[in-house]
Design a protein around this ligand. Structure first.
Ligand SMILES: NC(=O)C1=CN([C@@H]2O[C@H](COP(=O)(O)OP(=O)(O)OC[C@H]3O[C@@H](n4cnc5c(N)ncnc54)[C@H](OP(=O)(O)O)[C@@H]3O)[C@@H](O)[C@H]2O)C=CC1
Ligand SMILES: O=C(O)[C@@H]1CCC=N1
Length: 274
């Protein structure tokens, strides 16, 4: 995955950082080619024992030797100002700088780390932990072919990848696929709550809701039919589902206007984090 003798430095071994790490190791990245900076002691220990990678609490503890093939930035956007200065001297023009932080634009990393620098901004999502992530990537003009290819390999290891040219779209991407898994998990909670309200025991309602979302997702993945057709396939004319969909698809108060509002709110927050 990386050129021989080069290192991948992961800054932030939290939920998303670890999900990516798992995918990379599964795709052949050698644990000894990985260094992680993670201040949380419990997480650091878990990363080191579970994945056999070297993990340190702070950049000052990193070994001097080794050329960075990739610097992957996976700390919260609000922590970035504090985290980045320590890495200025560690990136070379051929190091890939890969940020997965919401909001933060490419120009921010160019400014903080010095130019010229190959920067790729990516927005993955948590299904990356099971190899079913969706990631959108966007590179700066200085990113070399090899740096883009490395970013592609790293993100393809955890799922599907899409590239965009217009970085402004990253706010919408973050709102749709970055946070999207949370909306789907909330759909499970909502369907389970509705089942309980309809008289089902709580545990059964949750099992049915979870199984339904998982099954529908798998059907959507494997089927050639559109989402609309898959919906129609469930909806017997004059049957029960049609009654529910009259509520969910109501033009003024159905799921679409609600989702449009939710995604706009997330995109607005992404712009604020920039
Ligand atoms: N979660 C998600 O679904 C997605 C997240 N992202 C992006 O990924 C990034 C990480 O998010 P997520 O994994 O959820 O957050 P987490 O809080 O789980 O992970 C961030 C980790 O970074 C650590 N950290 C804090 N400061 C530093 C520092 N200076 N150097 C190194 N590590 C540090 C934190 O430790 P401590 O807790 O001690 O502060 C924490 O363990 C964010 O920028 C987010 O926008 C992108 C797509 C999806
Ligand atoms: O909530 C967040 O800010 C991050 C970005 C997308 C998913 N989680």
């Amino acid at each position: 995955m990386l050129e021989a003798g080069r290192l991948l430095l992961l800054v932030g071994g939290g939920k998303m950082g670890e999900a990516l790490l798992v995918g990379w190791l599964r795709h052949g990245l050698a644990p000894e080619a990985v260094l992680v900076v993670e201040p949380d002691a419990a997480r650091r220990q878990a990363l080191a024992t579970t994945h056999a990678v070297r993990a340190v609490a702070a950049p000052e503890e990193l070994p001097e030797a080794g050329t960075l093939g990739a610097l992957v930035l996976a700390v919260k956007p609000q922590m970035m100002d504090r985290a980045l200065p320590a890495y200025v001297g560690r990136v070379a023009p051929d190091t890939l700088v890969l940020s997965i932080a919401a909001g933060k634009p490419i120009a921010y990393f160019e400014r903080m780390l010095g130019q010229p620098l190959g920067v790729v901004r990516a927005m993955p999502n948590t299904p990356a932990a099971v190899g079913r992530g969706v990631t959108v990537l966007c590179a700066n003009a200085a990113a070399r072919k090899e740096q883009r290819a490395l970013a592609e390999r790293l993100m393809a290891a955890v799922g599907a990848t899409y590239w965009i040219e217009d970085e402004e779209l990253m706010h919408a991407v973050t709102a749709v696929s970055g946070g999207g898994p949370a909306y789907v998990f909330h759909l499970i909670e909502a369907l389970a709550a509705a089942g309980t309200a309809a008289g089902l025991p709580e545990a059964l309602a949750m099992a049915l809701a979870r199984g339904t979302v998982v099954g529908a997702g798998e059907l959507a993945r494997l089927s050639d039919e559109s989402a609309a057709q898959l919906r129609i396939n469930v909806t017997s004319p004059g049957g029960t589902t049609a009654e529910a969909l009259k509520v969910l698809m109501a033009e003024d108060r159905g799921l679409i206007p609600l989702m449009v509002e939710a995604v706009a709110a997330a995109a607005r927050r992404s712009r604020e984090l920039a």
